[in-house]
Design a protein. Structure first.
Length: 464
């Protein structure tokens, strides 16, 4: 009976993957930067993912010894990945690897797709060209006269031409690598992203196994339309940093000091987000090991930034401008705006609240991965700027804990795409309510359920 159920669910996953692929193909065929179609495809594929998760979440793939021997003799693919990933029982990998295959295929399908809800990728292409030509993108804004010989059709699509590069050196090198693969090619960048996503999914499998979680939960990232569409339609750069961050968390759980410090450095050199996890490192490693960790990180970060610095720190001007002036889709931040007129003061309040909450998490946590998850939730709560693609960072951790609050926000963030639909860029109160009312309700419930789960485990340990 159990084998019949497993076979039925496997067939369902094949059908669900096929239907999801049809939706992405439909986007390619019918979309010409069509935002309503983008939102519709997101809605449908998310619901398919959620239904698929419901079917696979209680299926662990545990087989009898006889069945395992059969798989060892006949299923070379499962045996290969079982040895490569050091995951016992090859049969456990059958469904997760099928899910990953479809997830990568969805991403590959969208290579020809045009950016739809954001034009950020044209800045990446421009900065890659600038760096490849030997100029410093951190000190020369796109409209700088010295870059006139480089101007082409990509330049005309770059927004905020008076602002120099924000993204750190590793991302700049990726942009230049994309330029090296093919001039002005969004698909070249997507190819690099695809490799990053492959490594992210494999390291996530290892992390799930390490934390003794159901490997099938990987569907929450592999099939998540937010990551598939934001990174392979709009071509946002986040897969680079997400890959390094997941490696960092895995190596920290394995207590690999040098490896974790190296990939942590590469993560913040891709996008600065992971730096918020540093307070967790102090408790995990202790003061002596944290000093070594910090020294390695400081040396690597300085080494990568050194070629771009001109000793008056104008290389960080654009980043400072972003942190001071940008705001979009914040929850607590927008709530405080109804009571305070000073945006700068509100950012100080939210920033202080974030630092204090992160400090409390860093002081009290017992589980490093769960603490990292909590810090990202805290960032969501107090952030002044939360574009949908920013959520990819917590989405990569969501399979390990699968909070209803986070999953609901990954769904409702799609409604933030009403903003670029407007004739003039604007935020809608109803969109903020749709996103954050369920999110905060589910946060309370998630915490309540988590506490009850802990109490149940304690009572069981006492009884036995």
């Amino acid at each position: 009976m159990l084998n019949t159920e497993k076979n039925n669910i496997f067939i369902y996953i094949l059908l669900a993957g096929f239907v999801t692929e049809l939706y992405y193909l439909a986007f390619l065929i019918f979309s010409d930067k069509d935002i309503p179609l983008y939102m519709f495809i997101y809605l449908e594929t998310f619901l398919i993912m959620l239904l698929s998760f419901y079917f696979v979440k209680n299926l662990n793939g545990n087989n009898s010894d006889g069945e395992n021997e059969k798989n060892k003799k006949h299923n070379f693919v499962l045996l290969f990945f079982s040895k490569a990933l050091k995951i016992k029982n090859p049969e456990r990998l059958k469904l997760p690897l099928t899910i990953i295959f479809f997830g990568l295929f969805f991403r590959l399908t969208l290579f020809p797709a045009l950016p739809t809800t954001s034009n950020d990728v044209y800045r990446y292409l421009w900065e890659g060209k600038v760096l490849a030509a030997g100029y410093n993108p951190f000190t020369l804004a796109p409209n700088d006269t010295s870059l006139i010989p480089l101007r082409d059709e990509v330049y005309s699509k770059v927004t905020f031409k008076d602002i120099s590069a924000i993204y750190p050196p590793i991302s700049q090198f990726v942009f230049a690598a994309g330029y090296g693969i093919k001039n002005n090619s969004v698909a070249a960048l997507k190819l690099i992203y695809l490799l990053c996503e492959l490594f992210t999914l494999l390291i996530l499998l290892k992390l799930l196994d390490l934390k003794k979680k159901n490997l099938n939960y990987i569907i929450l990232y592999a099939w998540l339309p937010l990551c598939i569409m934001e990174y392979f339609i709009n071509a946002h750069l986040d897969p680079i940093g997400i890959m390094f961050m997941m490696m960092f968390i895995y190596f920290m759980e394995r207590e690999k000091l040098i490896l974790s410090s190296v990939v942590f450095s590469l993560a913040i050199l891709s996008k600065l987000y992971p730096i918020i996890l540093f307070p967790l490192v102090i408790k995990k490693l202790g003061l002596k090991k944290t000093f070594v960790f910090s020294l390695i990180t400081a040396i690597l970060v300085t080494t990568f930034y050194l070629p771009f610095l001109n000793w008056n720190f104008t290389a960080f001007t654009a980043l400072g401008n972003y942190l001071s002036n940008w705001e979009f889709n914040g929850s607590v931040y927008n709530l405080l705006k109804y009571f305070l007129d000073d945006g700068y003061l509100i950012k100080i309040i939210c920033g202080s609240a974030f630092v204090i909450t992160t400090g409390i998490i860093a002081y009290k946590y017992k589980n490093f991965t769960k603490a990292a998850y909590a810090v990202f939730i805290t960032l969501i709560v107090f952030s002044s700027t939360l574009y949908p693609w920013y959520l990819g960072w917590i989405a990569a951790l969501n399979p390990v804990h699968a909070f209803y609050s986070v999953t609901s926000l990954l769904f409702t963030s799609n409604f933030a795409n009403f903003t670029p639909l407007a004739p003039v860029w604007r935020e809608y109160l109803v969109v903020l309510l749709i996103q954050y009312i369920p999110f905060f309700i589910f946060i309370v419930l998630d915490v309540f359920w988590l506490k009850n789960k802990r109490k149940s485990k304690k009572s069981l340990s006492v009884n036995f």
